[in-house]
Design a protein around this ligand. Structure first.
Ligand SMILES: C[S@@+](CC[C@H](N)C(=O)[O-])C[C@H]1O[C@@H](n2cnc3c(N)ncnc32)[C@H](O)[C@@H]1O
Length: 225
């Protein structure tokens, strides 16, 4: 597996949404954050040999990161066909990108063929079990989109053995109690800083920094519905 730094540099080649939808809370997961999650997940043994599912894949950032980290089967799901077309283009451009840090493209390219699936995450079109889910879900910040993070967690627990999900600051109690009620447990948590530009209607400042929290959860298969 390439180093975390090399993965982050590769992921810098992932193009951002051209016309992000505020309703769908479309913004790019920063390359360093995606690299941190994918590299860590790979070290934990959560990528190789498992189906990796990126719920709300958007630009494909986390799915492509998993592909760079030796995920065997990686599926990105999003409800927006334009996002999926962008994710496909990003897969191609990261695949054919130039050498980074002296690591040849051959060594650091996405080896895994990625699958892109259109679907509503709250009604998952996949019959997958024991997956590793990677997800930067909508935080539920928009009217009509409230509790989106809970809906994404609900789907996550129905298909995952292990998950890495990104939440807004102050979510630890909610995530831990959700996992606990659903027969899961949070094994790791860390903070991540997002720098967002002001292209979405719900952002009021020029740009803003968002403190986010990432949780690794192990789900008990006996509690799945
Ligand atoms: C915060 S963005 C994820 C960004 C992504 N990780 C990236 O770096 O591009 C949330 C994504 O969830 C998608 N989304 C929102 N609601 C959805 C739903 N019900 N089903 C599937 N995808 C959804 C949006 O289209 C958006 O791409």
């Amino acid at each position: 597996m390439p180093s975390r730094r090399t993965i982050a540099r590769r992921l810098e080649g992932v193009a951002d949404f051209r016309e992000p939808s505020a309703d769908l809370e479309q913004y790019l997961t920063p390359p360093e954050v995606a690299a941190h999650i994918c590299h860590f997940a790979s070290l934990q043994g959560d990528l190789a040999g498992d189906t990796v599912v990126d719920l709300g894949t958007g630009t494909g950032m986390l799915a492509i990161g998993a592909g760079l980290c030796d995920g065997d089967r990686v599926v990105g799901i999003d409800t927006d066909p334009d996002a999926l077309a962008l994710a496909r283009r990003n897969e191609q451009s990261v695949l054919t990108g130039h050498s980074v840090d002296g690591v040849s493209n051959e060594e650091s390219m996405v080896r895994t063929p990625l699958e892109w699936v259109r679907g509503d995450v709250t009604r998952p079109p996949l019959s997958v079990t024991d997956a590793t889910v990677l997800s930067n879900p909508p935080f539920g910040a928009q009217r009509g989109n409230r509790h989106a993070d809970r809906d994404f967690l609900e789907t996550t627990r129905s298909i995952a053995a292990t998950s890495y999900t990104i939440h807004n600051e102050g979510s630890q109690e909610f995530v831990e109690s959700y996992a606990d009620d659903a027969g899961g447990s949070v094994t790791h948590a860390f903070r991540a800083t997002f720098s967002l530009d002001n292209r979405l209607e719900f952002h009021t400042d020029e740009s803003r920094t968002l403190e986010a929290e990432v949780f690794r959860i192990e789900w008990d298969s006996g509690d799945r519905q």
